[in-house]
Design a protein around this ligand. Structure first.
Ligand SMILES: Cc1cc2nc3c(=O)[nH]c(=O)nc-3n(C[C@H](O)[C@H](O)[C@H](O)COP(=O)(O)O)c2cc1C
Length: 176
């Protein structure tokens, strides 16, 4: 698949087969998260891979958005490890965790899996359920699994703003 084909093929999958994700497939996905770029190459991402029934039950106590998927990657960042912008103290953790999640997501799609990026979870409950240490901030849950035969994109998948709404070109000054 070219990158263009990959981005066109991806959609949020909310129906999954009752089929586990193979360990080597998960390993390949996690490798894409390992090599993702991060600010200052600080690599603050910390990922919790959840595939056992007891862990999936914990996930279900934190979100209603697992949709029966057999695997969940909890993408966190270490707030003591991320890059800090000196001008305003802004930390790179959310951006780093998001690009890591994006890498994981597209690698999963390339390997034939469906994915769902989930932000609608209770972070305090997640921290409690998995005893996530204080220095780690959970940013996203990436739901993974083989799409059910009847899986299909939601209507919103096809609703995207036109280019004019999201892009503006810097106007060239008269000097040019
Ligand atoms: C940052 C982020 C958070 C999201 N959180 C949720 C979520 O909690 N639950 C859910 O069902 N979908 C969630 N989604 C999926 C979006 O609703 C979906 O990407 C959007 O509607 C476009 O549809 P598509 O992914 O099929 O193209 C999230 C997506 C992103 C990028």
């Amino acid at each position: 698949m070219t990158f263009k084909e990959l981005t066109a093929a991806r959609y949020s999958v909310r129906q999954y087969k009752d089929k586990p994700v193979e360990k080597d497939t998960l390993a390949a996905i996690l490798e894409a998260g390992r090599i993702a770029p991060t600010a200052g190459n600080r690599q603050p991402q910390r990922i919790l891979a959840v595939t056992e029934p007891a862990g999936l039950e914990k996930i279900d106590r934190c979100t209603g958005c697992r949709f029966g998927a057999p695997a969940v990657l909890v993408v966190c960042y270490d707030k003591n490890e991320c890059w800090v912008r000196k001008y305003d103290g802004a930390k790179s953790g959310e951006a780093d965790a998001s690009i890591v999640t994006t890498h994981l997501m597209y690698q999963a799609v390339e390997l034939g899996l469906g994915t769902l990026w989930v932000m609608f979870f209770d972070p305090a409950k997640l921290v409690e359920e998995f005893a996530i240490p204080d220095n780690l901030v959970p940013v996203s849950l990436l739901i993974l699994g083989y799409p059910a035969d009847n899986a299909a994109p939601a209507d919103r998948h096809f609703q995207r703003h036109p280019t004019e709404k999201i892009l503006s070109w810097e106007k060239l000054s008269q000097a040019y």
